[in-house]
Design a protein around this ligand. Sequence first.
Ligand code: PTJ
Length: 249
Amino acid sequence: MRPIHSSHPRYVSLVTREKLSKAMKQGIVHETGLIAHGRGEAFDYLLGETTIPEADAAAKIAAAALLCARNPVISINGNVAALAAETCIQLAGHIPAKLEVNLFHRTRERVKKIVALLRKNGAKTVYGVNPTAKIPGLAHDRALCEKEGIYSADVVLVPLEDGDRCQALRDMGKTVIAIDLNPLSRTAQAATITIVDNVTRAVPRIDHWVQELKGVRQSELEKLVRTWDNGKNLGMVLAFLSKRLNSLS
Ligand code: PTJ
């Protein structure tokens, strides 16, 4: 790899690509994770590569839901491990929440590598290596999970998801928080709370709100979650994108 000079106008984007490319070579990221990243990048470009107010509002409600939860779990896949391992571990510590590795392209070897990466970054317990349960209604390996983890969770944070698992988790009665740069994806549409933002910015924003809301009464936090209108917020994100494109044209 050639060194990327910090003066390059696309420095952050190029460094992020290198991170993912390296993680793919190490067997952390699946090769299609690079394609998923490219799609995300395109939406991020449209957003202006910034956390828009609608995303921050959703991050606040996500924090409230995680703080109210009985058994909150953060689900980790290859891309999330490569881009946000440290911040996910920090967030899990502050809530506190469990971490579970759940992969679309599941191999035992890749699960173990991601668990090892999380441990190296300070995570103590990581679920996912020995699945003891299945999410009903999912035919593929994404159904595999642990009873004490995602299976019995009441709130699941799914940063960067592949689609139908979000709906399956909702069908189990869980509150699902999704982080997805594409407001039109099946995940974004099916989640209880959708944060349309880059996982690299959204996880620290949820963490910020967790610290802010820690002293707030449980009943008030529950009210914030209960009265959240995800469809309305997604509509506002689309309006933001369309206004931005209009102003640029
Ligand atoms: O590690 P695995 O095996 O679990 O596989 C992970 C991938 C990402 C390959 C798998 O879940 C997949 O194929 O996902 P999709 O269907 O491509 O969806 C990924 C979604 O994440 C898309 O809607 C992208 O726009 C979005 N996305 C990509 N990068 C980011 C992102 N959202 C937030 N932050 C990002 N950095």
